[in-house]
Design a protein around this ligand. Structure first.
Ligand code: R5P
Length: 283
């Protein structure tokens, strides 16, 4: 198999290629003086199977992905791996007049097979014309957590929408998991607490799909600290970290941040390469 790594997924592509012992193809990425993106695949692949790996963290990553796909139009079979798919949170029309941005992205991707990793909502897969498969990185986060030392650990999802992340990460670890439930006490008063398990004196690992502004995670950290948690750790699949998200987490009292390499950041200590490699070797 030939693998091409886009500029947003260089380290991850190297790791996937290493796991598969595949042909790692080198491309040139640069910008014209007016800012337009230029790409050129430097290795010859005509007629071969090609896999492109490129996260969409910003608009430019999306354009580069489309350019790479077009440059591969002579490939016998084309797989596209989008480890982090930006715009996925606009997966419906929340207000009249809005586009479904996740659909815009999906419809533009022309490939034989598309793979995403913990996409914000699996319903988005239906927007791709190609066969689309979503991979789960949370067991890899679980494996990493297993090797850490904790005091009576508990994995917590910040809301019931993320409960499957907490459940999958805790699988086979012998660590309890729970999610935060919002209970309305009165017109003005809302109480937020773990649904089933008290956190007092325990180390808590909060897990979410994305940390973007850090608002959700920082609020959850502060809340659990107030409820008597010992140390609080923040884990996510996609470390977007817009603006000063990391500082917000530290200000809220986080002990450490654990993330994957769907976006390559300093805290990307868990690699999703084994998950991607295992599906690519089967196709
Ligand atoms: C929400 O649906 C997501 O699962 C995350 O909780 C959210 O995207 C995190 O965003 P932020 O870091 O900006 O609070």
């Amino acid at each position: 198999m030939n693998i091409i790594g886009g500029p947003a997924s260089q380290l991850l592509t190297g790791r996937v290629s290493d796991a598969l012992k595949s042909n790692l193809m080198i491309s040139e990425f640069k910008r014209f003086p007016d800012g337009e993106s230029y790409i050129r695949i430097l290795d010859d692949f005509a007629g071969d199977n090609v896999t492109i790996i490129q996260s969409i963290v910003n608009d430019s990553d999306f354009i580069v992905l489309l350019q790479l796909i077009d440059a591969c139009n002579e490939a016998a079979k084309l797989n596209v791996v989008i480890p982090y798919m930006g715009y996925a949170r606009q997966d419906k029309q929340f207000k009249k007049g809005e586009p479904i941005s996740a659909r815009v992205i999906a419809k533009a991707i022309e490939a034989d097979c598309v793979f995403t990793v913990n996409i914000h909502d699996e319903s988005i897969l239906g927007y791709f014309d190609a066969k689309a498969v979503n991979l789960d990185a949370t067991p890899m986060i679980g494996k990493y957590i297993k090797n850490m030392k904790f005091k009576d650990p508990l994995i917590v999802a910040p809301d019931d929408g993320a409960i499957s992340l907490a459940r999958n990460a805790s699988e086979n670890l012998g660590i309890d998991y729970d999610f935060l439930e919002k209970t309305r006490l009165s017109g003005e008063e809302v109480s937020i607490h773990p649904k089933n398990i008290a956190v007092k004196g325990r180390d808590v690992i909060i897990i979410d799909d994305i940390i973007s502004t850090g608002g959700t995670m920082a609020e959850t950290i502060s809340l659990l600290k107030k409820q008597g948690a010992h140390e609080v750790f923040a884990a996510c699949v996609h470390p977007v970290f817009s603006n000063n998200a990391i500082l917000k987490l530290f200000k809220a009292g986080v002990k450490a941040i654990i993330a994957t390499d769907t976006i390559d950041k300093g805290v990307s200590v868990v690699s999703v390469a084994p998950v991607i490699a295992s599906v690519l070797q089967d196709i």
